[in-house]
Design a protein around this ligand. Structure first.
Ligand SMILES: N[C@@H](CCC[C@H](N)C(=O)O)C(=O)O
Length: 290
């Protein structure tokens, strides 16, 4: 049994982590200021904090840090609920710019942000929405990464007994996008985990299920790598629109309806950046012992 002194020491060793809970069309985040003072969190702690019953609960944890390269304002690090660090998060990028403004870490409406896969440029609009220049989609199999002999608009992917027609797109992070007749009844829960861990995606993948409503409107559900199905996925929306435009069934701009809200996505073709516009909101502030 721990002595009162040991118990006291354990208590002292605990650190209070202050955080901001945010959401972008229902994709929810815990955002932490590691810019003013460095914060280190290991995967087990992140998993614990992500637990919706025993922790705070979130789809992703976002860490704001000092940049490590010249010419940018901030470094943006993203961790899935399973504790794994990933390259990109679109809904998170909008919350990121709202957070650095609310915390007075910048007064610029447009900022340059370093991510694990390049620079993104989020801009706070006068109406409170946020537009993010997400950069160019990457379509070569080795950039995604995806195992294929050559780049193509769609690929046949064998999943169990079925052969799915998917597009493979990287928005900094990997996405597989398939068309479905009805997004409400799409087999997201059964196929999502199988696609996520498919051997042709060596770094796993986010699986998007897209219903085309018209050339300028889709409905989308995404089973996210490392977090499961979320109410919305910003990079998933970008990847779906890129996939639909390359398949010749969508035209920019495209309204993307998710279970948590709507985004507007523009893309003017190969070698052009994808622009994403949508809301970003703070839900509450808090602190927790870790
Ligand atoms: N929800 C995000 C994507 C978060 C990362 C993703 N789960 C991955 O592992 O790549 C978004 O809004 O883009």
């Amino acid at each position: 049994m721990a002595s009162p002194r040991d118990a006291q020491l354990t208590k002292i060793k605990k650190m209070k982590l202050t955080f901001t809970k945010m959401q972008g069309i229902g994709n929810d985040f815990v955002v932490i200021d590691g810019y003013s003072a460095p914060v280190n969190l290991d995967a087990a702690t992140i998993q614990r904090l992500a637990d919706r019953h025993f922790g705070i609960g979130f789809d992703q944890l976002l860490l704001v840090e000092q940049p490590t390269v010249p010419g940018v304002d901030f470094r943006y690090r993203i961790f899935n609920a399973d504790g794994g660090e990933v390259e990109q998060c679109g809904n998170g990028a909008r919350c990121f710019v709202r957070f650095v403004h609310d915390k007075a870490l910048t007064d610029q409406s447009e900022i340059r942000v370093e991510t694990a896969r390049g620079i993104i440029q989020p801009r706070l609009e006068d109406d409170g929405l946020v537009t993010v220049n997400m950069g160019e989609p990457r379509l070569q199999p080795d950039e995604i990464p995806f195992v294929a002999d050559a780049a193509a608009v769609t690929y046949a992917l064998v999943v169990g007994e079925q052969t799915l027609e998917i597009s493979a797109v990287s928005m900094g992070n990997p996405h597989a996008v398939m068309l479905v007749e009805d997004v409400q009844t799409a087999p997201v829960a059964s196929l999502g985990p199988l696609i996520e861990k498919h051997e042709r995606f060596p770094q796993r993948v986010n699986a998007g299920f897209m219903q085309v409503v018209s050339p300028h409107h889709i409905q989308l559900r995404v089973f996210e790598r490392g977090s499961g199905e979320t109410l919305a996925c910003g990079t998933g929306a970008c990847a779906a629109v890129v996939s639909g435009i390359r398949r010749g069934i969508l035209q920019s701009p495209v309204r993307v309806t998710t279970r948590g809200g709507e985004l507007s996505i523009s893309w003017h073709g190969e070698h052009q950046p994808v622009l994403m516009t949508g809301p970003a909101e703070t839900v509450f502030e808090g602190s927790i012992d870790i």
